[in-house]
Write a protein that binds this ligand. Structure first.
Ligand SMILES: Cc1ncc(COP(=O)(O)O)c(C=O)c1O
Length: 487
């Protein structure tokens, strides 16, 4: 255990991969038909206003919903109230919130002390002026205080924009083009990064509408294989070099494919050896793993860090880039001619609302020790899930990296792509995805919101009582599953 950090014990990645491969050897587990019917009835009977509104929304909004994280099965719910550990839908149903909007609400939803400060700022100067506000400095200084590697910081509108900006800086600074990412990792949806997302080895699978030239210099290597990273760096050395290696320090997709504790350090050494920059995408992990972020936890100094989510305290405008002074200087704003810069912008970037929200959220996380508390909640939840898995002798896999918890019941994201058997694999993905959707819907009908039915973020607001309650809800789902050997 590292004092001040959310992770009590770093997960044994070998064990997780072994369990995952066992899970994948079995036919997918599903929820018993009669129980699933009951869960679907819940939506029909208790969520009528959501259903009605989404029906109307479908006419004006593609798919009837704006967020990739919104659960679509059997239909998305309309949320009207958020408070601490709970969300409430338009029909008045209460849910334990393990989605946490994808990660930013570490203090709990709609946390009053931050909200009150934000309201004060808005009352005073509105959400935007286009000119400097003192909170910009306060936020940058606060981040630097906790993450010394972030010597300078520029706030941007989102994680996606910030991931674009670091690539631009890396290419300008190194005069090289190639960017290596880990297969399956999500670094936002820019043209160059819709490459190898979700499943390793998928390359341009999702790159519809993106000309191939945009991903020409993006490369993916298999996660947690340090030799594969070195091979790629070596190969690139013969071919113009590598501008940067970009990683989520807990592994792709918030550690869905966890990487060994040593991996980050080894990646740092390889970057130094091959003269490439190391970028940590800390959109999820900054402040969630502890005040020093993943870089503090792993004790590895990246050249550049990408921020999002918590950096604006759960408020809009959640993005930013920090790192070495010489590198971040390429983002110098203002009207200054003659200097080469990595061009970024944004009418609403670094506005008083986002900067004040980020500043007060970080201060509150420090004051309340929120990252550690949320991490303990993650331990409690995960241990409870592991006990349930044992109790019902299921092949499911539960592990956590502090407040980032993973519950794999079908293992879709772990399928290995084999282009020779591509149709078989695609069929398997479809089958497992639909089982995953059913699990997500079952959790929802049991009063819990999860991320895609397989990831759960805990927050400071998740007390042992709430988590015990959640575990008894999971128990009800787990006692009603079976292995579907039918196809
Ligand atoms: C690791 C990581 N990087 C980048 C992003 C993109 O951030 P945003 O959604 O703010 O564009 C996300 C979003 O979930 C993320 O998890």
């Amino acid at each position: 255990m590292i004092p001040g950090y959310a992770i009590t014990e770093y997960p044994n990645t070998r064990e997780i991969y072994a369990k995952m491969s066992r899970l994948l050897q079995l036919a997918p587990y599903k929820i018993k038909k009669d129980k699933m019917q009951q869960y679907l009835k819940y939506f029909e009977q208790k969520c009528a206003r959501s259903k009605n509104l989404i029906q109307k929304a479908k006419k004006y909004i593609p798919g009837g919903v704006q967020h990739n994280l919104a659960f679509n099965y059997p239909f998305p719910l309309v949320i009207t109230k958020a408070e601490g550990p709970y969300l409430y839908d338009i029909d008045g149903n209460q849910y334990i919130d393990f989605l946490q909007a994808g990660g930013p609400t570490l203090l709990g939803s709609n946390y009053a002390p931050v909200r009150e400060k934000v309201i004060e700022v808005i009352n005073e100067c509105g959400p935007v002026t286009g000119l400097f506000h003192e909170y910009e400095l306060k936020l940058a200084k606060e981040i630097n205080k906790h993450m010394p590697a972030v010597e300078m910081f520029r706030m941007l509108g989102s994680g996606t924009e910030s991931d674009m900006a670091v690539v631009r800086i890396a290419r300008l600074a190194t005069k090289k083009k190639k960017i290596i990412k880990l297969g399956g990792a999500y670094h936002g949806w820019s043209d160059q990064f819709v490459y190898g997302i979700h499943l390793p080895g998928t390359g341009r699978f999702e790159a519809h509408g993106i000309p191939s030239s945009y991903s020409k210099h993006t490369q993916e290597v298999f996660p947690n294989d340090i030799h594969a990273l070195e091979r790629q760096l070596r190969l690139n050395k013969l071919n113009g070099g590598t501008a940067a290696v970009i990683l989520e320090p807990v592994g792709p997709e918030s550690g869905t494919r966890p990487i060994d504790f040593e991996y980050n350090k080894q990646a740092r050494e390889l970057c130094d050896k091959y003269d490439a920059l190391l970028i940590f995408d800390e959109v999820v992990t900054a402040f969630r793993l502890g005040m020093g972020g993943a870089q503090g936890y792993f004790k590895v100094k990246p050249d550049l860090t990408v921020f999002g989510k918590i950096v604006a305290g759960g408020y809009p405008g959640a993005g930013g880039v920090g790192g070495r002074r010489d590198l971040i200087s390429y983002l110098a704003a203002g009207v200054e001619s003659g200097k080469k810069r990595a061009y970024v912008g944004g009418t609403l970037s670094a506005n008083p609302l986002s900067t004040a929200a980020g500043y007060y959220a970080i201060k509150e996380i420090e004051r309340t020790d929120a990252a550690v508390k949320a991490g303990r909640a993650g331990d409690f939840l995960t241990k409870g899930l592991q006990k349930l898995i044992e109790k019902y002798e299921l092949p499911f896999v539960a592990y956590n990296q502090g407040s980032i918890c993973h519950l794999e019941t079908v293992g879709t994201m772990f399928l290995k792509l084999n282009y020779l058997k591509i149709f078989k694999i695609l069929k398997e993905i479809k089958k497992r995805k639909s089982a995953m959707e059913e699990f997500g819907a079952a959790y929802m009908a049991e009063g819990m919101v999860t991320l895609a039915g397989s990831r759960l973020y805990t927050s400071m607001a998740d007390t042992p009582e709430i988590l015990k309650d959640a575990l008894s809800r999971f128990d009800r789902v787990f006692q009603n599953v079976y292995c579907d050997n039918s196809s």
